[in-house]
Design a binder for this molecule. Structure first.
Ligand code: NAP
Length: 253
């Protein structure tokens, strides 16, 4: 009897929030999972949770906007866990401000993590995927790509990721690699909690206000996004590429 070797998935920004939910779901789906985050130690609890559920995982400290760190981190994953077959570009930051108050540093920091980070990570893993003739890249966009007050930097980056997704889908398709984007709406994480804090509204109240605007009448959870990632990463999704899936509890403009 032959057994299929375990495929390896790399999830960036996986120490908490959506990334942690995605890492756990892909491990449950049977992938060995590299938990990448700025701080390696912060990824360890996610690795332990995956291992105690019977999976395989590795915490790796990588700043996705740092070219050398990305290269070294991906090589370490390939050596210690397995050559990457799936990449989820999830690491993200916000530096919200109205345009007239937004600094060039706020702009550069957001572009650096979302756009430069996704570019560097995708470039670093694509060789393994094209060689294997199989791969899945999933980029985290956002409903903010459609425009959101105070987020000129973030919405530009998230819209940019949609163009990036479509171009990679065109370039990598013939190598068996699909590339898709997920655009979440409001998901309960430290990112949305930080926004509530910044505008001085208790998080519970902030969530209630958001839920009132969402057709399914609730805010999202990391598991909601993990489920969509699981679909894009699956064997059966090989004919789905270059798509942007809004996971927002209702239609978006
Ligand atoms: P989160 O709770 O703030 O988690 C983001 C993670 O990314 C953190 O662990 C953070 O590490 C890490 N990170 C930041 N900069 C990094 C870098 N340069 N290199 C590696 N890791 C880095 O955010 P989230 O809400 O889970 O969001 C995950 C993704 O979904 C982001 O791309 C976000 O833009 C997108 N998204 C979120 C929502 C939402 O409602 N939450 C909606 C739409 C899209 P540190 O803790 O060390 O900073």
């Amino acid at each position: 009897m032959t057994t299929t070797p375990t495929r390896t998935a790399v999830v960036t920004g996986a120490a908490r929030g959506i990334g942690a939910g995605v890492a756990k779901r892909l491990a449950a789906d049977g992938f060995a999972v590299a938990v990448l985050d700025l701080d390696e130690a912060a990824g360890k609890p996610v690795v332990e949770a995956i291992e105690s559920a019977g999976g395989r995982a590795l915490a790796v400290g990588v700043d996705v906007s740092d070219e050398a760190a990305v290269q070294a981190g991906v090589e370490r994953v390939a050596e210690q866990l397995g050559e990457p077959s799936v990449l989820v570009n999830n690491a993200g930051i916000i530096r919200d401000n109205l345009l007239f108050r937004m600094t060039a540093d706020d702009w550069d920091a957001v572009m650096g993590v979302h756009l430069r980070g996704s570019f560097l990570m995708s470039r670093a893993v694509q060789g393994y995927m094209t060689k294997a003739g199989w791969g899945r890249i999933v980029n985290l966009s956002s409903t903010s790509a459609l425009g959101n007050r105070g987020q000129a930097n973030y919405s530009a980056a998230k819209a940019g990721l949609q163009g990036f997704t479509k171009t990679l889908a065109i370039e990598l398709g013939k190598f068996g690699v699909t590339v898709n984007a997920i655009a979440p709406g409001f998901i309960e994480t430290e990112m949305t909690a930080a926004t509530a804090e910044r505008i001085g509204v208790p998080f519970e109240e902030f969530k209630k206000g958001a839920a009132a605007q969402i057709p399914v009448a609730r805010t999202g959870l990391p598991e909601d996004i993990a489920h969509a990632v699981s679909f894009f990463a699956s064997e059966g999704a090989g004919f789905v590429s270059g798509q942007v899936l809004y996971v927002a509890g209702g239609p978006t403009a």
